[in-house]
Design a protein around this ligand. Sequence first.
Ligand code: KIV
Length: 282
Amino acid sequence: MREKVTVPAIQARKCGPKIKMVTAYDAPSARIADRAGADMILVGDTLAHVVLGYDDTLPATVDVMIHHTAAVARAKPGALIVGDMPWLSYHVSVEEAVRNAGRFIREGRAECVKLEGGRKRLAVIEAILAAEIPVMGHLGLTPQSIHVMGGYRVQGKRAEAARELVTDAHALVAAGVFAIVLEGVPDVLAQIVTQEVPVPTIGIAGPHCDGQVLVYHDVLGLYDGRVPKFVRQYAHLANVATEALQGFFADVQAGTFPSDAESYHMDEESARTLRILMRNEE
Ligand code: KIV
């Protein structure tokens, strides 16, 4: 049994060792991530995309996210469970945001929440923190802003935009976030933010962040399709799974599955009696 990773333990990792975060969306994937040594499991709204088959993360709702967060929590991982607040769950009002964050903790059994955005989220972050819920920030390419960004585009490529992002990072820290995800920004900008802020940065943003995060299905090659530049696939489990199922179907067709050892049996006497009963009923 692993020692439980806590928010203060993550904060203390600013000076290393590097933080390992991966997404997971159900109990088996959470168990695998935990056994592999994840420090944090993010129940990301990417589930809308990689699990539910949508083209983006916007269709994820609070109910769906909590359903999956609770499944991850039932695996009882040693890793810190991060609940990802979906689009519109913290945009309408501060009150609604706190209530939704609370649902992640009470119903989903998350141990903190993550939300996207910079200075415009300060009031929401402060209110959620005032309800004793730790908050992780998320800056740069924020997928919930896909329509404002005009697609999934690298952010902060120009000096002025990069300067704005650094200001956002400082503002999030002043509001009290315990860590910041930096997604889709140039490595130099991630390096500067990482040097500037006292909380850990978790990247999809080059090697200089205090930690790294990838989507479970991307790391394991669990679906076909285009793999983004920032992904390193460590396995091609979609191929492995397809071959395994082809083996099953071939055995079914050949009549070699199930074998005697894979079937349930009745004692001889009961089998004989059953046959007599059936014959008498004819
Ligand atoms: O939802 C998610 O999986 C994320 C990560 C990609 C950081 O936000």
